[in-house]
Design a protein around this ligand. Structure first.
Ligand code: FAD
Length: 529
């Protein structure tokens, strides 16, 4: 497991310390007042493990001594997820708790045995997939054991007739796609965390991929789940649809490890696309852009990928890539009366050219008021779509506070929500760049994804972001959901009651109490203590 620990210890995305190109640094200085001085960093260290000897023996007896780890590197590698605050903590800024142990069960039976043993020993469990949570979902709690699902890495079966596949929970997205490709199939779930996140993590967080308009959100792809709880194993989902009472699969999808450890997921799969076309467009103004996307959604002609950047995100994207000859583009758009360019990316994936042409034509017929910039922009977006985490590492290394947050609401409230969150974030920093895009669209509404870039505070880097995030969450409350796809974790748990009501929280607590009477499963996540 040394390689796995090595990879996780690079809690950021890359092994090389990434640097911003000089033109980007110059641009950031101009825009935000970024300087060369920032709070010194230091390596995070771990206190000694306090796992009792008896627990060590019991757990090693289940998974084997080599998969029961208490050394500092293994524990640090699974300390926190990948939020800005987590990454700061790994630079010795702010606080984070380190787990007492890491266990790596081999299969669902071993997971079930570990869960049962931990319940008997009074140890809390934090299920750990890819560790890409950005909401404190994999944060260790007192006397906690990380259950790392990396060894549950098998494609269990493919039912080509029904277009179903069963994956063990620890299979990472690229490996799942590779395995399915051998059958000419795909899942089509491509979040920005694709390179690291797991099938179990997607299910546990109700993840949404970039092509959600075409392939659906992850919960739309889940046909069934197998779960280990302190009360025993459960399987939910036996048919494509059912009227046998409330759908218990959905108690597990989005349960964030608080109701059980998902060990297997049965997913709906599709034929692998043979042709793709990604194109860039520009719309004048964000509100007009949102109307364009709403019309596509309500006329049911959304492209598989539909993504609208606001004016600031468009400006930053054009300025930093420079590849699109930003100055020439500006003149071109000005000549066409575009004052506030908002970039719209549309991507279609299909089985053959005819299907693609028909679907693209259906979208374009309804696409009013968008100026086509062509495939170069669309393909540039597609090729760079996993660059975000790497750019974030580079920005952090340059002394920048950089983080994202997301929400969703109905079309009629979208502008108000966007304005309020933007204001809350802008007011929290001196000279920030606040960017937003519509990342996922539905007939009734859309999600908003914000990115903030600002010089990192010298005195209190962690507090700076905590205050900004709290202001944004307050702005969201009552207008939108506290999370469209990042989940609740620890960070959003205090805001959940405002969204689902005290009774809603009581229902969740009752489910938890039934499945996990001693409260050992991922304490503090989903339901605030
Ligand atoms: C750079 C970056 C980009 C991202 N982009 C997206 C995006 O585009 N769309 C999106 O939806 N999310 C995105 N995320 C958030 C994150 O990747 C998702 O929440 C993802 O679904 C988590 O998968 P994971 O395997 O890494 O889970 P982890 O981070 O390991 O865990 C997430 C939560 O699920 C629980 N969990 C994990 N596995 C299991 C299991 N088998 N059983 C029970 N509970 C489990 C954990 O305890 C934790 O609470 C992004 C994150 C980063 C860092």
């Amino acid at each position: 497991m040394a390689n796995r620990t090595d990879q996780l210890l690079r809690s950021a995305w890359t092994s090389e310390p990434p640097q911003l190109p000089p033109h980007a640094v110059r641009w950031l200085r101009q825009e935000t007042g970024l300087t060369d001085s920032w709070t010194p960093t230091r390596a995070l260290t771990a206190p000694p493990s306090e796992l009792p000897e008896k627990a060590r023996e019991v757990l090693a007896g289940i998974v084997g001594a080599e998969h029961m780890l208490t050394d500092e590197r293994s524990r640090l590698g699974r300390t926190g997820g990948l939020s800005y605050l987590d990454l700061l903590a790994h630079k010795g800024i702010g606080s984070v708790s380190v787990p007492d142990a890491v266990v790596l069960p081999a299969d669902p039976a071993e997971v079930a045995a570990v869960v049962k043993a931990c319940a008997e020993l009074g140890l809390s469990i934090v299920p750990f997939g890819g560790g890409t949570s950005v909401v404190g979902g994999v944060q260790a709690s007192e006397r906690s054991v990380i259950v790392d699902l990396a060894r549950l890495d098998r494609l269990v079966l493919v039912d080509e007739v029904s277009r179903l596949a069963v994956f063990q929970a620890g299979v990472r997205a690229p490996d799942a796609e590779k395995a399915l490709a051998e059958y000419g199939l795909t899942l089509g779930h491509v979040p920005q965390s694709f390179e690291r996140a797991t099938i179990g993590g997607f299910a546990a967080t109700r993840s949404a991929g970039q092509a959600s308009s075409g392939y659906g959100r992850f919960e739309d792809m889940v046909e069934g789940v197998r779960v280990a709880t302190p009360r025993g194993e459960a399987r939910f989902g036996v048919a494509p649809a059912s009227a046998a009472g409330p759908d218990l699969r959905h108690l597990m999808i989005g349960s964030e490890g608080a109701f059980g450890v998902i060990t297997e997921v049965t997913v709906r799969v599709r034929p692998l696309p043979k042709v793709r076309r990604y194109e860039g467009f520009v719309v004048d103004g964000c509100e007009r852009g949102a109307d364009v996307v709403r019309k596509l959604a309500q006329d049911r002609v959304l492209a598989d990928v539909t993504r609208l950047s606001d004016v600031d995100e468009t400006r930053v994207s054009f300025a930093l890539t420079g590849g699109l000859k930003a100055a020439g583009l500006k003149a071109y758009l000005k000549a066409r009366g575009v004052r506030e360019p908002c970039m719209l990316i549309l991507g279609w994936e299909a089985q053959d050219k005819t299907e693609l042409a028909m679907r693209r034509a259906a979208t374009l017929r309804k696409l009013r008021g968008a100026i086509r910039l062509g495939r170069v922009l669309g393909e540039a977006w597609r090729h760079g779509r996993f660059n975000g985490p790497r750019q974030r590492d580079a920005l952090m290394n340059a002394g920048v506070c950089v983080e994202t947050l997301e929400t969703a609401t109905h079309w009629s409230q979208l502008t108000e929500l966007c304005t309020k969150v933007r204001q809350a974030l802008t007011d929290s920093f001196e000279r920030p760049i606040v960017m937003c895009h519509i990342s996922h669209a539905y007939e009734t509404g859309a999600s908003l994804y914000f990115t903030v870039i600002a010089p990192r505070s010298l005195e209190d880097p962690a507090g700076q972001w905590k205050r900004a995030k709290a202001a944004a969450c307050d702005a969201i409350a009552g207008l939108g959901t506290i999370s469209h796809h990042h989940a609740v974790g620890v960070d959003h748990a205090p805001y959940l009651p405002a969204e689902i009501g005290d009774l809603g929280v009581e229902v969740l607590a009752a489910v938890k109490n039934t499945l996990d009477p001693s409260g050992i499963l991922n304490p503090g996540k989903l339901i605030a203590p």
